[in-house]
Design a protein. Structure first.
Length: 176
């Protein structure tokens, strides 16, 4: 979906659009979209400078970085963005980049706004670097690979690996 800047009126434009799963290009390798993406935003503009205030809601199916189990994670984010036309000349470019350096400003071609791209970016930005199924997830045993959320594996009760104990002692000392 594109918004043609020529078509914008003075009043704020309210957009509510739901994308089907697979309708958005989504680049994360450890997660796939699992539910429709509901995008809701209000666009206001001053000439070709755009301001967009809105939210995205969906869910992704992802893999826990600790225990490798798959789980569904809701994604809900609010965003507040400004878009200005991509500057053309070298000098103009430097000036504009300086002006917007501290602000959350993105560039667009000044003709039409790619809404699909914006929504996909906002979903990706809302995701954590690593997925963890739950805060207290114990992960897998580094020796036998058993899922420690299902109970102790037995490796632990035999004490730490002798090759590791020197390292562990060192760490203990460092803590003091
Ligand atoms: Zn986990
Ligand atoms: Zn084990």
């Amino acid at each position: 979906m594109f918004i043609e800047i020529e078509d914008l009126r003075d009043e704020p434009l309210h957009v509510h659009h739901t994308y089907g799963v697979g309708e958005l290009a989504f680049e994360r390798e450890d997660a796939v979209l699992a539910e429709v993406v509901a995008a809701d935003f209000v666009l206001t503009h001053e000439d070709r400078d755009l301001h967009i205030d809105g939210s995205v809601d969906t869910a992704v199916r992802c893999r826990c970085a600790r225990c490798t189990s798959e789980f569904l994670r809701p994604v809900s984010a609010h965003f507040d963005l400004s878009y200005v036309p991509q500057p053309k000349g070298r000098k103009e470019k430097d000036e504009i980049e300086l002006k917007y350096e501290e602000m959350d400003v993105a560039f667009y071609d000044g003709v039409r706004l790619d809404v699909d791209l914006m929504v996909a970016e906002q979903v990706e930005l809302a995701l954590p670097m690593k997925f963890v199924c739950r805060e207290e997830c114990k992960g897998l045993c580094y020796r036998c690979g058993r899922d420690l959320n299902e109970g102790p594996c037995g490796c632990g009760s035999e004490g730490p690996d002798p090759r590791l104990s020197a390292l562990l002692e060192f760490r203990e000392k460092k803590k003091d």
